[in-house]
Design a binder for this molecule. Structure first.
Ligand code: ACO
Length: 454
């Protein structure tokens, strides 16, 4: 099979959101902290009528319907999430409801979790299944996303919610570049969820940002090395990247990280040495001593230089991928895939373009990989523009319902109080569930979860 990649894509997000400007005044922080300081606009959330299962069901059924995909044509289905509702039963098994109704129970794959990285693992497994001797000619589907909620405090505005579904197969308009990946994984406690009775993570915000940046540097160097191994006549740099999509805990971190990639290019090209002809040499040379070491993380001066020299590139190469993350917040495992979907929704043609992708999951697991847009003769999945058009995110985002911060706080408290309760009927109404979508009806005395379609 040739040109394996993303054939189709959609996202489910809750109908409700809270505005970051209103959260700023509700939380009593200075105006601009969440909107400018973090770079966020709105945040999607749901009460206790929705959970990761109902959201994933909605995402899958929407994708299947929009593209008229026969349920029998899925041969692999994997879920990447960190919203765990059962330590044994996978979310994939819940999704089988949709497939067994159509007589298809022959579907490989279960769930993967590692903070925001599970979707990437699921995507890699899917691509590799299609490349392998076990492939039976059918499509793979990756379902990835989360309900990201934090305890009251400075991390709360960096929550979010959404689940992306992707159809993976050959002859795709967005092809994963074969053979080139840059991986970095290590053992850290920057963000983790040791308490099964709470949805809230334990998070060391500052450490998590340092880990993200360290992973960014290492993955970038490894991606560059892999690229140059395969393309021996070409040096890799950000000049070869048309669009860059990154895991987005909040927009400002992505913008700073993008600037840092150019600083990486400068350092990797030899820094201040005579052989370096990096175009931003004059700007970056004062940081030559610190290189990519510890002092370079959270270095306000270096950040400012990176932001300034890449401002124009940021507008052209990154902003088109930021719509969903600015409007929904951090969908954890779904974040970077929401970024890809935003890009497909905001640019006309990706044919011949390289999209560099950075996936980061705390704990930590991270990878740089890339896609190329290609022109296909595939009538069912003709182009990346078609994926953007079908998902219709810009319209759907404006149709949402804004909820006030006090009501948002109450709805989150329902989730907090009732997480893992026996014989439980959700307290939130079903008013904000769209017709045709799944929601949580009740949890019974054996902790079995029951869902209904509105
Ligand atoms: N106007 C403009 N900017 C402002 C204002 C204002 N009125 N007030 C503050 N800011 C800026 C700050 O200067 C800072 O910018 P800087 O980073 O460029 O210095 C930014 O807003 C954030 O302010 P801080 O005081 O640093 O924020 P705080 O420490 O309260 O919280 C944090 C930020 C740590 C990101 C927190 O939200 C958090 O813990 N989030 C969860 C962890 C996270 O997302 N980690 C990222 C990787 S891991 C993952 O994906 C989960």
């Amino acid at each position: 099979p040739q040109n394996i990649g993303i054939l189709a894509m959609d996202i489910y997000f809750p109908e409700t959101y809270v505005a970051q400007t209103e959260l700023e005044s509700f939380d009593g922080v200075s105006a601009g902290k969440y909107t400018i300081g973090l770079g966020q606009t709105n945040m999607a959330f749901c009460g206790d009528r929705e959970d990761i299962v109902s959201m994933s069901m909605n995402s899958v059924q929407s994708l299947m319907k929009k593209y008229n995909i026969p349920y029998s044509m899925i041969g692999r289905l994997e879920v990447g999430t960190e919203t765990i509702i059962d330590k044994s039963k996978s979310i994939k098994t819940h999704l089988m409801t949709l497939f067994q109704e159509h007589g298809n129970t022959s579907i490989e794959g279960v769930d993967t979790y590692n903070a925001c990285y599970g979707g990437t693992n699921a995507l890699f497994n899917s691509v590799q299944w299609i490349e392998s001797s076990y492939w039976d000619g059918r499509f793979a589907m990756v379902v990835t996303g989360d309900i990201a909620v934090y305890a009251k405090g400075p991390a709360r505005p960096t929550g979010g919610a959404g689940v992306v579904a992707m159809l993976i197969g050959p002859n795709a308009p967005l092809v994963m570049e074969p053979g080139i990946r840059g991986v970095h994984m290590e053992n850290v406690y920057d963000f983790y969820k040791p308490d099964g009775k709470s949805e809230y993570p334990y998070v060391d915000g500052k450490l998590s940002i340092d880990c993200y940046l360290r992973a960014l540097d290492r993955c970038y160097a490894n991606y560059k090395a892999a690229f140059e191994r395969l393309n021996q006549d070409q040096n890799f740099s950000m000049d070869l990247v048309d669009y860059c999509v990154m895991h987005s805990p909040y927009g400002r971190l992505v913008q700073k990280s993008f600037g840092r990639l150019f600083y990486n290019d400068y350092i990797l090209s030899g820094g201040n040495s005579d052989e370096s002809s990096h175009k931003y040499k004059d700007h970056f040379q004062e940081f030559n001593q610190i290189g990519l070491g510890k002092e370079s993380y959270g270095n306000a001066k270096l950040d400012q230089v990176g932001l300034k020299v890449t401002d124009e590139h940021y507008k052209n190469k990154v902003i088109p991928s930021m719509t969903l993350s600015k409007e929904l917040g951090n969908c954890y495992a779904g974040s970077v895939y929401g970024g890809i979907l935003s890009l497909l929704s905001n640019v006309n043609s990706l044919v011949g373009k390289r999209v560099l992708v950075f996936s980061y999951g705390s704990g930590l697991a991270a990878t740089f990989f890339s896609f190329k847009g290609v022109s296909t003769n595939n009538p069912m999945f003709p182009s990346t523009e078609n994926i953007g058009k079908q998902s219709n995110i810009n319209q759907r985002l404006t149709n949402r319902i804004k909820i006030s911060p006090p009501e948002f706080t109450t709805l989150l408290s329902y989730r907090e109080e009732n997480c893992s309760k026996l014989s439980y009927t959700p307290m939130d109404s079903t008013l904000n569930i769209a017709i045709g979508n799944y929601y949580l009806e009740r949890v019974d005395d054996k902790l079995i979860r029951h869902y209904k379609i509105k």
